[in-house]
Write a new protein. Structure first.
Lengths: 173, 317
C-alpha cells in the first residue's frame, strides 16, 4: 500500500513538473523577446547617434548582457571582423540559424529577426532609424502574441500536468 | 621586408580572389604600386612609378563584376554604410593605415547638394606611404629662428607627394632638428580627411611628431579656429585649402600670431594667384612657397619662393 502511494505521488509530481516546464518555456519566449528588444534599442543608439561600425557596435552591446541573445550578437560581430562573410545579411542569417534556433523563440520570431539582417548597415542613419522603428512595431506583435499565449496556455499546461498525473494514478491503481 | 609593402594593407579591403590575384605579382612590383583601380566590367588596373599593370585571372583577363564592388564596399565601410555618410558625400573613404579609397558612381542630389553616392561602379585604392625624411631638403628653407618658422604654402598637382611632404614637415618641425638648432614647436594638425596622421579610433597611425595635437575629421576652417582657442599651438597645419572660409581661418590664425603650413592644388605660383576665393591670403600671408612636380618621380622639388615670389631655389633643367 505504501509502495502504491509513493509510486502514485511520483507519477503525479512528474507529470505536474512536466506541465510546469511547458508553461515556463512559454514565458521564456517572452523574456527572450524582451531582451532582444532591449539590445536592439542599444544597437539603434550605437548606429544612429554614435555611427559606430557594426562589428564594434555589436560587440559592445553584447557585453552589456548575457545568454543566448547576447551570444547571437557576439557571433555576428566575430563573423564580420574575421571576414568570414562579405555581407551583414549572410552573417546575420548564419548566426540566427546557429544560435537562435536553440532558444525558445518561435519560427516566426526568428524569421522576423532574420529579415532585419537585410537592412542593417545598408543605408544611411536616417533610414536605419526608420527600419529600427518598424522592427520594434513588428516585435511588439510577437510580444503580444507571446503574452496572449502565456495567459491562455500556461495555466492549462500546469493543471493539465497534474490532472494527467492523477488520471494515470487512478487508472493504474 | 613584408612590412614595407604598404599595398598589402589595402588588399585586405578587396575580395579574397582579387587580392590573391594581385599577390601573385613579384614583391618588387608590389612595393612600387600606388593605385589599384576597380572598374565595373573592366580589368583590374594597378599603377605606380610610371608603370601600369592589368591583372589577368587564370584564364585570360579578369573583369570586375558587380559583386566584387559590393563586397569591397562592405569591407571598406566596415559593413556599415551609415558610418561613412559624410565620406560618401565627399567621394572617398579613408581606411586603416591612412590609405584613401576614391568612389564614383551615381550621385543622389538633395536640395542641389550631393546627398550620397549609389550604384558605385568605380573605385580607386590609393596607397598612402609615409616617407620619413621626405622634407629634409626643404625644411632648411622654412626655419626662421630656433623657435619660429615662415608661413608656408605647398603648391602641387595631385599625386606629387603634397600630403607626404606636409606629414613629414609636421613630424620634423614638431620633433625639432638638433643639427639645425631648431627646438621643435607645438603643432595643431587639422586633419579633415584623416590622411595626414591617418587616425583610427583617435590614434595616429603615422608618426606626426611628439608635439603634435591632431584634430581628426574636422572641417578645416572650423578646426583651425577651434585649435587656436583650445590647444595654444605655435603652428597650425592643414591640407588642401581652397574655399573662402579656409582663407578667412588662415588669416585669423596668422593674426593670432600662429604660424601656418598648408597645401593647395596647382602646378605653379600663378595657379595660386588665379584662385579668386583665396584672394585674402594671396598677399602678405605666406612667406615661403614650395612647388612640387613629378618630373623626377613623385615629390620632385621644383622651386622654393619667398613672400615676394622671388626664387630661393629652383630645379635646373
Amino acid at each position: 500500500m505504501t509502495l502504491k502511494i509513493i509510486g502514485g505521488l511520483l507519477v503525479i509530481s512528474a507529470s505536474g513538473l512536466l506541465g510546469l516546464l511547458f508553461s515556463n518555456r512559454l514565458s521564456l519566449r517572452y523574456r527572450e523577446l524582451e531582451k532582444l528588444r532591449r539590445l536592439m534599442q542599444m544597437l539603434e543608439t550605437e548606429v544612429t547617434y554614435g555611427a559606430t561600425p557594426l562589428p564594434a557596435a555589436l560587440c559592445s552591446i553584447s557585453k552589456k548582457s548575457e545568454g543566448l541573445i547576447s551570444n547571437f550578437f557576439i557571433n555576428i560581430s566575430k563573423c564580420l571582423s574575421e571576414r568570414s562573410f562579405y555581407t551583414v545579411r549572410e552573417a546575420w542569417n548564419e548566426s540566427s540559424e546557429l544560435i537562435l534556433t536553440q532558444s525558445s523563440l518561435k519560427k516566426a520570431d526568428i524569421e522576423l529577426i532574420k529579415s532585419f539582417g537585410n537592412i542593417l548597415g545598408s543605408s544611411d542613419r536616417e533610414d536605419q532609424k526608420k527600419h529600427f522603428q518598424l522592427f520594434y512595431l513588428q516585435l511588439k506583435h510577437q510580444e503580444d502574441a507571446a503574452i496572449e499565449e502565456i495567459k491562455r496556455s500556461a495555466k492549462m499546461y500546469r493543471s493539465l500536468g497534474f490532472l494527467l498525473g492523477i488520471a494515470v494514478f487512478v487508472v493504474f491503481a | 621586408m613584408k612590412d614595407d609593402i604598404k599595398i598589402l594593407e589595402v588588399l585586405e579591403y578587396l575580395p579574397k580572389h582579387i587580392s590573391a590575384m594581385i599577390m601573385k605579382l613579384p614583391e618588387k612590383v608590389l612595393t612600387d604600386m600606388e593605385e589599384i583601380r576597380l572598374r565595373l566590367t573592366k580589368p583590374i588596373c594597378l599603377s605606380g612609378s610610371g608603370a601600369e599593370i592589368f591583372i589577368a585571372g587564370q584564364d585570360g583577363s579578369y573583369l570586375v563584376n558587380e559583386d566584387d564592388l559590393k563586397c569591397a564596399l562592405q569591407l571598406i565601410c566596415n559593413y556599415s554604410m551609415y558610418s561613412v555618410e559624410e565620406e560618401l558625400r565627399n567621394g572617398f573613404i579613408t581606411i586603416n593605415g591612412g590609405h584613401r579609397v576614391g568612389l564614383c558612381g551615381r550621385t543622389v542630389i538633395d536640395n542641389g547638394k550631393v546627398k550620397t553616392l549609389k550604384d558605385i561602379s568605380y573605385m580607386n585604392f590609393r596607397v598612402a606611404k609615409q616617407i620619413i625624411g621626405a622634407s629634409d631638403k626643404i625644411v632648411g628653407h622654412l626655419i626662421r629662428s630656433p623657435d619660429s618658422i615662415y608661413n608656408t604654402l605647398i603648391i602641387s598637382p595631385p599625386q606629387c607627394g603634397k600630403t607626404t611632404l606636409l606629414r613629414d614637415l609636421v613630424r620634423t618641425l614638431s620633433d625639432g632638428r638638433k643639427d639645425m638648432l631648431f627646438k621643435g614647436m607645438k603643432i595643431s594638425l587639422v586633419d579633415e580627411r584623416s590622411e595626414i596622421a591617418a587616425c583610427s579610433m583617435g590614434i595616429p597611425k603615422n608618426d606626426v611628431g611628439i608635439r603634435t595635437d591632431v584634430l581628426d575629421g574636422c572641417p578645416k576652417a572650423e578646426g583651425i579656429i577651434m585649435m587656436i582657442r583650445s590647444m595654444s599651438p605655435d603652428i597650425v597645419a592643414t591640407d588642401e585649402i581652397g574655399r573662402t572660409e579656409d582663407a578667412d581661418a588662415i588669416t585669423a590664425a596668422v593674426n593670432a600670431g600662429v604660424n601656418v603650413i598648408t597645401t593647395i592644388h596647382g602646378s605653379n605660383i600663378t595657379d595660386f594667384i588665379k584662385k579668386q576665393d583665396l584672394n585674402r591670403i594671396q598677399k602678405g600671408v605666406f612667406e615661403r612657397y614650395v612647388v612640387l612636380s613629378r618630373r623626377n618621380g613623385a615629390g620632385t622639388l621644383e622651386a622654393v619662393l619667398d613672400g615676394k615670389y622671388d626664387v630661393l631655389f629652383e630645379m635646373r633643367g
